[in-house]
Design a protein around this ligand. Structure first.
Ligand code: NAD
Ligand code: TYD
Length: 376
């Protein structure tokens, strides 16, 4: 494969995947296709935008005709599909946008890839449609272990021990049971991807990853929002009692898994991606507060008073936890960073990039780049 289309490459995870592929594979042509919604920012890729093997195309994945022409014009061999509406709270307010992009957009991309590849002499041979999805499609796990010991399990090492206790984890065989409009739209798109394999023989792979964190995440998501609010001495809105559990993975480890699976994954297969790193929200928030206070030179505990318990998110899933042993044993992937290192890196990045945060949240920044590209 030479010509790779990465959708959603101006977003959080997509920008890390684009950077990795552009720098690691100088022989590939990387086409980054992105609509540049509020979540997409070309500044996330400033360091690679002038590389000869990188092209940016502004487009909406739900535009079927446009997908057909882009895939044909760039003679695309492989697709890594990350473009999506990604924030649960937004999906609760505006489910239609999520259905349009995540469901209809994915379907348009599948159809356009199928038509183009079918028209080639080699057909589907050597082609791949790789769909990036979330663990949220599986629904919610119980907070407490069957043996009554309280969650969370909080470190990778102890979570691995939890497996021995038979605690619930999402595996690749877990039945889909999405609850939010976001996870329902992602579940639907996953089903369409598998349907295109089963019905038409399209070579596909689906991966379902746990919560990501790291640089360039839009500051509406928990970790960057809270770092930013602590810096500005603003309240930290904790949903419900802060007892929900999420399983956190550093974004560059997700990008490395995507690289590995894109090149060595089995067609038609599914892989769960996660680092056995569960945290109860309130415990994670205290780690963030401690780290930000330390790096800002505040006394320990200084920002704890910013914690503000607010009305819970409707339908708030209690716990996510990924069993990624299949990926680890079949392809040899494992996360490179301990959580404490990942959080330290992330907090340092946000504190050093205050201007990025101000730009993406003001909207000026996006308009500036859109103008720049429309004049090219
Ligand atoms: P993000 O919101 O940061 O980025 C999404 C990108 O998609 C943006 O650049 C946006 O402009 C683009 N986009 C949105 N609608 C589009 C459309 N109609 N056409 C073209 N581009 C469009 O999201 P993210 O957190 O980087 O997530 C990327 C993918 O990974 C998503 O599919 C998401 O479901 C999945 N995922 C995310 C997480 C996580 O924790 N963030 C975890 C597992 C899986
Ligand atoms: P989020 O980053 O939105 O990811 P997701 O909902 O996809 O897991 O939220 C992570 C957890 O943090 C989730 O349990 C909801 C909670 N949360 C808050 O308590 N307050 C907030 O302001 C946000 C954005 C999230």
């Amino acid at each position: 494969m030479k010509n790779i289309l990465i959708t959603g490459g101006a977003g959080f995870i997509g920008s890390h995947v684009v950077r990795l592929f552009v720098t690691k594979y100088p022989d590939y042509n990387i086409v980054n296709l992105d609509k540049l919604t509020y979540a997409g920012n070309l500044a996330n890729l400033k360091d690679v935008e002038n590389r000869p093997n990188y092209t940016f195309v502004k487009a909406d994945i739900a535009d079927l005709d446009l997908m057909r022409s882009i895939i044909r014009d760039h003679r695309i061999d492989g697709i890594i599909h990350l473009a999506a509406e990604s924030h649960v709270d937004r999906s609760i307010r505006d489910p239609f946008t999520f259905a349009r992009t995540n469901v209809m957009g994915t379907l348009s991309l599948l159809q356009a890839a199928k038509e183009y590849w079918e028209s080639l002499p080699e057909g589907f041979n050597g082609k791949l449609f790789y769909h990036i999805s979330t663990d949220e499609v599986y629904g919610a796990l119980q907070l407490n272990r069957p043996d009554g010991v309280e969650a969370p399990f909080s470190t990778r090492a102890s979570s691995e021990r939890e497996l021995a206790f038979g605690t619930d984890f999402f595996t690749e065989a877990t039945a889909y049971n999405p609850h939010s409009p976001y996870s329902a739209s992602k579940a639907s798109s996953d089903h369409f991807v598998r349907a295109y394999h089963d019905t038409y023989g399209l070579p596909t792979i689906v991966t379902n990853c746990s919560n990501n964190y790291g640089p360039y995440q839009f500051p509406e998501k928990l970790i960057p929002l809270f770092i930013n609010n602590i810096r500005q001495r603003k309240p930290l809105p904790v949903y419900g009692r802060g007892e929900n559990v999420r399983d956190w993975l550093f974004v560059e480890d997700h990008a490395r898994a995507i690289d590995l699976i894109f090149h060595r994954g089995k067609v038609a297969d599914t892989y769960n991606i996660g680092g056995f790193n569960e945290w109860k929200n309130i415990d994670l928030i205290k780690v963030i507060i401690k780290t930000v206070d330390r790096l800002l030179g505040n006394p320990d505990g200084y920002s704890l008073d910013l914690i503000t318990y607010v009305t819970d998110r409707p339908g708030h899933d209690m716990r996510y936890a990924i069993d990624s042993r299949k990926l680890q044993s079949e392809l040899g992937w494992e996360p490179s960073l301990q959580f404490e290192e990942g959080i330290e890196k992330t907090v340092r990045w946000y504190l050093a990039n205050e201007q990025w945060v101000n730009n993406v949240t003001s909207g000026d920044y996006r308009r500036y780049y859109e103008e720049m590209y429309s004049n090219r």
